[in-house]
Write a protein that binds this ligand. Structure first.
Ligand SMILES: [Zn+2]
Length: 216
């Protein structure tokens, strides 16, 4: 059977680059994208994910919802408060990637894919505990135990790169950066002020190319 790959697509620059890297290696008919929907996502991010999937010509763009994450966040536990006090980023979600990757594995199996590709860059490693080479190796061991006689691996090809290096890769690969999303706000237009927007502006400045983003 020809290769089939599931790319976790948020709509951000990193996952878009991961998708374009996969597309460079195999025909579009073997590429599927999965967006995991939860309360932190904005409509703008969702629309970007759908546009990116369409422009990459993927076989199918899938979406699953994890609405329970909001219920848990609305009633923060003592443990969650402790994590905030310890300085974990406000976007931290407990065991996020174990949950997200497990959902992706479930979907990958259901579409007979043998590879899951995620778009974390090297700078995510210092910020979050559940990214990085060792975490991914262990997750792959769990996959082998969970799905005997089925070959499924998770890969994070952008881990060796910084955020800026990933953006350079985006330009080299011809990723439509105007269809990517970076804002942490809830709207359909980038706010221009949040940490996500500031980092986005900075990336375009460093790249020396015109920022195509309409800001509020
Ligand atoms: Zn913003």
């Amino acid at each position: 059977m020809s290769e089939r790959v599931l790319v976790l697509l948020s709509g951000g620059i990193d996952s878009a680059v991961a998708l374009w890297l996969v597309r460079r290696g195999i025909p579009a008919s073997g590429v599927y994208t999965l967006t995991i929907d939860y309360h932190r996502r904005s409509r703008g991010e969702d629309e970007c994910a759908a546009r990116l999937a369409a422009r990459a010509g993927v076989s199918s763009h899938l979406k699953i919802s994890l609405s329970f994450l909001k219920d848990l966040e609305d009633q923060p536990s003592e443990a969650a408060m402790g994590y905030r006090d310890m300085g974990f980023p406000p976007v931290f979600i407990p065991v996020r990637n174990l949950v997200f990757y497990s959902c992706a594995a479930h979907v990958a199996f259901s579409i007979s894919a043998n590879k899951i590709v995620v778009g974390h860059n090297g700078e995510d490693v210092g910020r979050f505990p559940d990214v990085g080479t060792s975490f991914i190796e262990r997750f792959n061991r769990l996959l082998r135990e969970s799905l005997p006689k089925y070959r499924l691996t998770l890969e994070a090809p952008l881990l060796p790169y910084s955020k800026l290096e990933v953006a350079r890769l985006a330009v080299d690969l011809g990723v439509p950066l105007e269809d990517t999303w970076s804002c942490w706000g809830p709207g359909t237009i980038h706010c221009g002020h949040c940490e996500g927007c500031q980092s986005r502006r900075n990336v375009f400045r460093e790249l020396g190319i015109e920022d195509p983003t309409p800001y509020e």
